[in-house]
Design a protein around this ligand. Structure first.
Ligand code: URA
Length: 225
């Protein structure tokens, strides 16, 4: 957004009075006087006019180890949410960069930076989400080859991107998928009449759930872009 628009709106001022605020060097952006009202500013630039704060939002990036039973939502009438787990006054401004089912545990990313969350969730970005999966039967070669090829999801009318699968035992695997369709992994296994008995997200793109982050705990991080 242009700075003069933000300042004018904040002050309830017309074009002329807004211009005067710039001319009299009253507008400060990130600690520096700014005389050019046409300057483009982002949501996280700090803006002051006449020592009053116009905009001062801190970007937040949170990794959370979601336990089973917690809902990936900002509010819920019945269950505790990931926001309840954070419990800070700024937590209400966060949104989720991809959800996990209530049944699923593991890494959830929350932020107030929509540009960042889109970089993780936009289908075009094809960010991998890695899970540990256990099912109620033996995972055979047909499952492995179908997952690697991609699967037809009739509801969305799409074929899923080829997944990466590594067997860890008869009924256990490490699975990376590149979309975030509703209940995707459960639905992938359900096509072979398997029920997922354990689902845990270990990583989203380059972000790994740190070992030291125990269930229910969270930590802020600085994203690498
Ligand atoms: N697939 C699922 O079925 N559930 C999740 O929470 C994530 C992926």
């Amino acid at each position: 957004m242009r700075l003069n628009r933000l300042v004018g709106k904040w002050a309830g001022a017309g074009k002329r009075r807004t211009r005067e605020m710039f001319e009299s060097r009253k507008v400060i952006v990130n600690g520096q006087v700014c005389e050019d009202g046409k300057t483009l500013i982002g949501r996280f630039d700090q803006v002051e006019v006449d020592n009053l704060v116009v905009q001062n939002e801190v970007p937040r990036y949170v990794m959370l180890h979601k336990p089973q039973g917690i809902v990936s939502a900002t509010t819920d009438p019945e269950y505790r949410t990931v926001i309840d787990l954070i419990g800070e006054e700024w937590a209400g401004k966060l949104h989720l960069a991809g959800r996990l089912d209530r049944f699923t545990s593991g890494l959830v990313i929350l932020t107030n930076d929509s540009g960042y969350s889109e970089s993780l969730t936009a289908p075009s970005k094809k960010v991998g989400k890695r899970y540990l999966v256990e099912v109620d039967g033996e995972i055979g070669t047909e499952v492995v080859s179908t997952f690697k090829e991609g699967m037809w999801f009739a509801k969305e009318k799409v074929t899923t991107a080829p997944a990466v699968i590594k067997l860890l035992g008869k009924n256990k695997c490490r699975l990376t998928i590149f979309e975030g369709k509703h209940h995707q992994i459960k639905r992938m296994f359900a096509k072979f009449s398997f029920k997922v008995t354990k689902l845990h997200r270990e990583a989203v793109g380059d972000l790994e759930l740190p070992d030291e982050l125990k269930e229910g705990q969270w930590a802020e991080f600085v994203p690498v872009r």
